[in-house]
Design a protein around this ligand. Structure first.
Ligand code: SIN
Length: 297
C-alpha cells in the first residue's frame, strides 16, 4: 500500500488520509507514515477517535516516549499524556492552559530535546462558527535550505545559549494582570515564586537531523539569552535576522483544528506556536505524547 497524502500549500503540514489510528497498522504502512514524518516534519490525520491507550500505542511505534517536564500537567492515569487544556474542574486547572504560545521547539531546556510530539484534539473552541486556537508550524529545514550565504555562514558552527529565565520573563510579559487590582493573580504569583532556578542550555544554531541528515535552524523566540562569542547587541541582531528569515510565509503551515485531528511534528526540522486566541467559556483540550530524543542521553 502507498499512503494517501494530501499536500498542504507549504513544505510541511501534509494530511495522511484513509488511516484509522485506533486500529492495528501494518509495519509497511507504519514505515510509510514514519518516512513522511521524517521527510516533511509535520504530518496529520483527521477524524480520529482515540483513547489515551490508543494514542500511546500509536506513539510508541516511533520508539520510546518521554514525559512532559512538569508532572502536574501529565494525565494521572496515563503520565505519558501531557494535557494542554484551559478547562477548570472545581476551580482547578485540568492541564496547562497556555502551552506553547511562542515560536519554539519542545523542551529546549533539555540537553537532548525530544524527537517530536503528537497532539490530539479532544475539545476545540469555536466562536460564532469559527474554530479558534490554531497552531502555526514553520519549517526550519526549508528555512535552512533557503538561507542567504551570508546568514548561513554567520550561524553555521555557532552555539546559542537558551535560558529558562529569559523565557519566563517573556511569558510573564504576555500574562494578563487582574483588571481590578492591576497586579498578577495569586495563582500567577505562586507560579512565579515556584519556578525552578535559572537553567542555561546550549544548542548549536544549526542541527543535523539524526535520521535524515538534513540541516535545520534550531531556534526558539524569547528563550535564547545570547549567542556564544557575540556581544549582547550582536546576538540580538543575529537572532532577529534568523527569526525574520524563518517566519517568512512560504515556510509556514497554519493548522485549524477540528475534534479528532492528530498532528505530529518533528522537533528539529520545525518550530511551532499556539495562537491562544480564545478564552473561557470556550474550551480547548489536547492530549500530547512526546517522542524521546533520537540522541542517546
Ligand atoms: C505545544 O506547544 O505543545 C502546544 C501546541 C498547541 O496547543 O497548539
Amino acid at each position: 500500500m502507498t499512503i494517501d497524502i494530501h499536500y498542504a500549500d507549504a513544505p510541511l503540514g501534509h494530511e495522511i488520509r484513509g488511516i484509522d489510528l485506533s486500529q492495528p497498522i501494518s509495519d509497511d504502512v507504519f514505515a510509510e507514515i514514519e518516512a513522511a514524518y521524517d521527510r516533511y516534519g509535520v504530518v496529520l490525520f483527521r477524524g480520529q477517535n482515540l483513547t489515551p491507550d490508543q494514542q500511546i500505542a500509536f506513539s510508541k511505534r516511533f520508539g520510546k516516549l518521554t514525559q512532559y517536564v512538569v508532572d502536574r500537567y501529565n494525565m494521572r492515569t496515563h503520565p505519558e499524556i501531557f494535557v494542554v487544556s484551559n478547562v477548570l474542574k472545581e476551580g482547578k486547572a485540568t492541564g496547562l492552559a497556555d502551552a506553547g504560545r511562542y515560536w519554539h521547539t519542545d523542551m529546549w531546556v533539555t540537553a537532548n530535546p525530544p524527537r517530536g510530539s503528537i497532539l490530539y484534539a479532544i475539545e476545540v473552541p469555536v466562536d460564532n462558527g469559527v474554530p479558534k486556537g490554531d497552531t502555526y508550524f514553520a519549517s526550519t529545514a526549508a528555512a535552512y535550505d533557503a538561507l542567504p550565504d551570508d546568514l548561513r555562514q554567520r550561524i553555521e558552527g555557532r552555539t546559542a545559549v537558551f535560558s529558562s529565565e529569559a523565557y519566563f520573563k517573556a511569558r510573564m510579559a504576555r500574562t494578563p494582570k487582574d483588571p481590578v487590582t492591576g497586579d498578577y493573580t495569586d495563582s500567577v504569583k505562586e507560579r512565579m515564586q515556584q519556578r525552578p532556578k535559572e537553567v542555561f542550555q546550549q544548542h548549536p544554531m544549526v542541527k543535523v537531523h539524526p535520521r535524515t541528515g538534513r540541516k535545520s535552524i534550531y531556534y526558539a523566540e524569547e528563550a535564547i539569552d545570547h549567542v556564544v562569542g557575540l556581544s549582547p547587541e550582536e546576538s540580538m541582531a543575529l537572532l532577529d535576522e534568523v527569526r525574520r528569515h524563518i517566519l517568512q510565509p512560504q515556510f509556514i503551515y497554519r493548522h485549524v483544528w477540528a475534534v479528532g485531528d492528530m498532528v505530529m511534528w518533528d522537533n528539529i526540522s520545525c518550530i511551532h506556536k499556539a495562537t491562544g486566541d480564545f478564552d473561557l467559556p470556550l474550551h480547548r483540550t489536547m492530549h500530547r505524547t512526546t517522542l524521546a530524543s533520537l540522541v542517546a542521553a
